[in-house]
Design a protein around this ligand. Structure first.
Ligand code: C5P
Length: 228
């Protein structure tokens, strides 16, 4: 199986309030994009890595990651950034992993589980966790209108894995329709009526969005073996 990983790191990260692109924010002294890229590149079943970055940081990031990693500038939306990453990914790769740089502590076991799902024949595979909070719907005034049954809800993480030809088609169709898009890649396959397989995610793989998330990640990064 030949596998290309695309790490999307072109978001602005405004909610983190760091005054710089989120991908450049330091975790245990190393930038988030480096954690995510190394988590992918050191996995024995990942053959090549593309990192999609803010235009202004492309050269700096290429210097840090070295020539083994392809670094390209991203777009205005996550979907556009993935499309640009796909265009730069090894055309020979049969499978593609799309991973958020904002999830720097992804364990190797989650990457393996996603790849196992693809090997078993799935078109798309996503790592998930059960939802533990009670979820309520509210109206525009913030008044509760419903309590949602959480038993069949899952929080979805990355990397999401796909047969490459199918992801290419899904992105091309979304472009053609000019659809506003989804917040993940599996959503594009769902819109085509394809089944998506779920595999267990990890609490370590949480997305860094707020300053609080970064504090938690600092504590966990100290015992991670991704970057030493
Ligand atoms: O905005 P959100 O937190 O959903 O972003 C998830 C991931 O997508 C992040 O790693 C971010 O860097 C990436 N992204 C991107 N290009 C954009 C927007 C987000 O690569 N235009």
């Amino acid at each position: 199986m030949s596998v290309a990983a695309i790490v999307v790191a072109a978001g602005s990260g405004e909610r983190l309030g760091a005054g710089t692109a989120k991908a450049l924010v330091l975790l245990n002294g190393r930038p988030l994009f480096e954690w995510a890229a190394v988590a992918m590149s050191r996995h024995p079943r990942v053959d090549s890595v593309v990192v999609v970055t803010p235009r202004s940081a492309r050269e700096t990031i290429q210097r840090v990651l070295g020539p083994e990693v392809t670094v390209v500038a991203g777009g205005h939306t996550r979907q556009q950034s993935v499309l640009l990453g796909l265009a730069a990914a090894d055309p020979e790769a049969e499978f593609v992993l799309v991973h958020d740089a904002a999830r720097p502590l992804v364990p190797a076991g989650v990457i393996s589980a996603v790849l196992d799902g693809l090997l078993a024949g799935a078109s798309g595979v996503v790592p998930v966790l059960p939802v533990t909070d009670t979820i309520k719907r509210v109206d525009e005034r913030g008044t509760v209108t419903a309590t949602v049954d959480r038993s069949d809800l899952r929080a979805v993480q990355t990397p999401q894995g796909f047969r490459r030809s199918i992801l290419d088609t899904a992105h091309a169709e979304a472009q053609e329709l000019g659809s506003a898009g989804t917040t993940d890649d599996a959503g594009l396959l769902e819109a085509m009526g394809l089944d998506i397989m779920t595999v267990p995610g990890s609490e370590l793989s949480f997305k860094i969005t707020t300053p609080h998330d970064l504090l938690v990640a600092e504590a966990l990064a100290a015992s991670s073996d991704i970057l030493r």
